[in-house]
Design a protein around this ligand. Sequence first.
Ligand code: AMP
Length: 389
Amino acid sequence: MRGLNGVIAPGSVVGVLGSGQLGRMFAIAARRMGYRVHTLSPDYDTPTGQVADLEVQAAYDDLDAVRQFARGVDVVTFEFENVAAAATEAAAEHAPVRPAGAVLHTTQNRLREKGFLAGAGFPVTPFAAVRSLEDLTAALAALGTPAVLKTAGWGYDGKGQVKIASLEEVPAAWEAVGGQESVLEAFVDFEREVSVVAARGLDGSFAHFGVIENRHRRHILDVSIAPAAVSSRVEREAVEIARGILEGLSVVGVLCVEMFLTRDDRLLVNELAPRPHNSGHLTFDACVTSQFEQQLRAITGLALGSTELLRPAAMANLLGDLWANGDPDWPATCRYPDVKLHLYGKAAARPGRKMGHLTALARTPAEAVERVVGARGALVGVDPINGRR
Ligand code: AMP
């Protein structure tokens, strides 16, 4: 259903490739605005499927299924970026794909992504391409130790990554990444990690959610805080980097730029995610327009919404580990009146699996962190003041 100026108006159908929590929150935002949502993934009864109008179960490389899916929608987007180019091309035969498959192609391979970033003059962690054991030895000599070896394709949340402390560890590290095409990066002794979630509309308009601070545990995002405590110069630079990247890639949609802030206040781009991002989950409760609604507005050709942060906020991920001793104590966490609970509807709680998150709003970012961590502790009987009950 097309309206004026190619706008895909409310009432139209949006197709999502992928069916996890990002698609779920996107679908909630889309349905709130009167859109219908179809989702395609190899799974059934998924986080996205549970709130979508239609859940199609098919492999991403079943191109006939992808074509049929695309025929039934007005625009296709994705929440899972490791979809092969062939699938986005098949979808594009029948409906616009936003962001375009070319954006996925660049960002789903670390070497292509770093090549784009370095080639366009964006600051990146020193790196070298590694395709053999000899390459790895030479790259380590050039970059020094410690360094991090990452597979070029299909990595997320620290999967497919090995830290290398010395030359002796080279053979084991090469084996650990399965001898696959990889990238070696200098290890950055950063001051903190930050991200900018930003959107670019069909008309080239740009909007961003400011700088968000991210704290990781075991390579997985643990807590995000907005606004990040960075200088106004760093904030300006971070936003300009994000703007340049979205423009350079001609993104239509949301893209997250993850960055390291070094101890001497320099920003280095670590990674791009061409979709809403875990660090932007707090925008759901804390901003006038969430990252999910912004994605919808961008891909349907609507004007981008206000990204104003209503109050300082913090988000804490709920990983499957919290289920180790049975179901978490949901009523206890709901006793925190300024904390919002999000659960993704996943049946099996495995360690490290993202099952949900909490968002706290407060007067200051520090207070928001204290509340959200307190509310998460309450789930497993940890009283932040008196210790374990
Ligand atoms: P990635 O999958 O590249 O986002 O890496 C996951 C996490 O590992 C990052 O958020 C950092 O906490 C850490 N990490 C990755 N690369 C580096 C690096 N070159 N130096 C220091 N820490 C890193």
